[in-house]
Design a protein around this ligand. Structure first.
Ligand code: SAH
Ligand code: SF4
Length: 355
């Protein structure tokens, strides 16, 4: 798929044609221009040539069919991973990547370990969401060409273009890469996906997870967008944080929290602090107490993440996590715990390595 020339191809067309084309791509989720019958055949041919809709992917489905991983091959041959989590109550979250690899090299993260290739364009980010939107619309598991089933029904007149299937309800930037090192394209993708005339997903349904790139947090505070912000903290002090997240040497815990405080002052929005529970590294009672003192502030909350082992480290035992959580709660810090999705597929947070 390559939509980078979409505006250029449509620029001399009347505005209703632009709307028809946008509707075809983002609402009807067309995967072939030739089927977009609202458009004249010449324009369809031109769009097919300049803005192909076909997505080059390999998909794998977890045993419980709740997690689907897509490996998308980009125009230059690089591959990027994206994950769909079906929560079972009509909530469907896509975990999108913002870069191929990541330059920040957090020691516990598989993406960090493969190094950095490049940042994704706006439409390469959008493509990941459209990929799963098409999948959900077609309902069938992604075994082979998952749109076929729906199309067959359509051709028999048994289904309308948006019949059946579920919708994507949430988009989280927790795949490969650091979103605030690709700020403009991440925000550009959110604007397209949020646009009422395009994908029309409400701003509150997006979350950006960052290690705490200060300039990014500052810029994000000015956006007047109700997109959620999450900070990967993972350690309560600079010494430990720098050991596991080298970027902490540039942006210290104190500086990150100062930027978050400014963000909260401007936006009045809650901020989630992600804390991945790594056995014997950051899961002691002392860490919990230190963390509690650090984040006991209005509109702060902590999300404890089960660590998905990628090599050196192990995940904390359930009893340790329980104790850690209790300490935070005793200090009055709101805590949530994230369920582990997609482990059997290597599709969980920090496991994406584009293989
Ligand atoms: N680069 C951004 C967003 C992508 S990572 C960031 O780091 O915030 C999304 C989340 O998964 C981050 O909180 C990250 O620290 C966490 N993560 C990385 N490796 C992990 C692993 N092996 N197990 C569980 N979480 C992991
Ligand atoms: Fe990059 Fe996030 Fe992985 Fe760190 S945790 S290496 S910032 S993707």
């Amino acid at each position: 798929m390559d939509l980078s020339k979409l505006n250029e191809v449509l620029k001399d067309e009347p505005s209703y044609r632009q709307k028809q084309a946008q509707k075809a791509v983002f609402q009807d989720l067309a995967d072939n221009w030739m089927q977009v019958q609202t458009l004249p055949i010449e324009l369809r041919k031109e769009l097919k040539k300049s803005c192909p809709l076909k997505i080059d992917f390999q998909a794998s489905v977890s045993q419980d069919e709740k997690v689907i991983k897509g490996l998308i091959t980009l125009k230059d041959g690089l591959k990027v991973e994206t994950v769909l989590m079906k929560h079972g109550d009509n909530r469907n979250t896509v975990c999108v990547s913002s870069q191929v690899g990541c330059p920040l090299g957090c020691v516990f993260c598989a993406t960090g370990n493969i190094g950095f290739k490049r940042s994704l364009s706006i439409y390469e980010i959008v493509e990941q969401v459209l990929f799963f939107a098409r999948y959900l619309k077609s309902k069938g598991p992604a075994r082979s060409g998952f749109a076929r089933q729906t199309r067959r029904l359509e051709s028999r007149g048994l289904a309308t273009s948006d019949a059946g299937g579920e919708r994507i309800t949430n988009v989280v930037f927790m795949g490969m890469g650091e979103p605030f090192l690709n700020y403009d394209n991440v925000l550009g993708a959110i604007r397209i996906l949020n646009d009422e005339e395009r994908f029309n997903l409400g701003a509150r349904h997006f979350s950006i997870s960052t290690v705490g790139i200060i300039e990014g947090i500052e810029k994000f505070s000015q956006e007047k967008l109700q997109v959620n912000l999450a900070i990967s903290l993972h350690a309560p002090d600079d010494k430990l944080r720098s050991e596991i997240m080298p970027i902490n040497k540039k942006y210290s815990v104190k500086e990150v929290l100062k930027a978050v405080d400014e963000y909260i002052k401007k936006t009045k929005r809650r901020v989630m602090f992600e804390y991945v529970m790594i056995k014997d590294v950051n899961d002691t009672d002392e860490c919990a107490k230190e963390l509690a003192k650090l984040v006991k502030k209005p509109l702060y909350f902590v999300n404890l993440i089960l660590y998905n082992p990628t090599g050196i480290f192990k995940s904390s035992e359930p009893a340790r996590i329980k104790r850690f959580k209790e300490i935070l709660e005793k200090y009055g810090v709101p805590v949530t715990q994230r369920y582990r999705f997609g482990k059997d597929l290597k599709a969980a947070c920090g496991q994406l390595a584009g293989k």
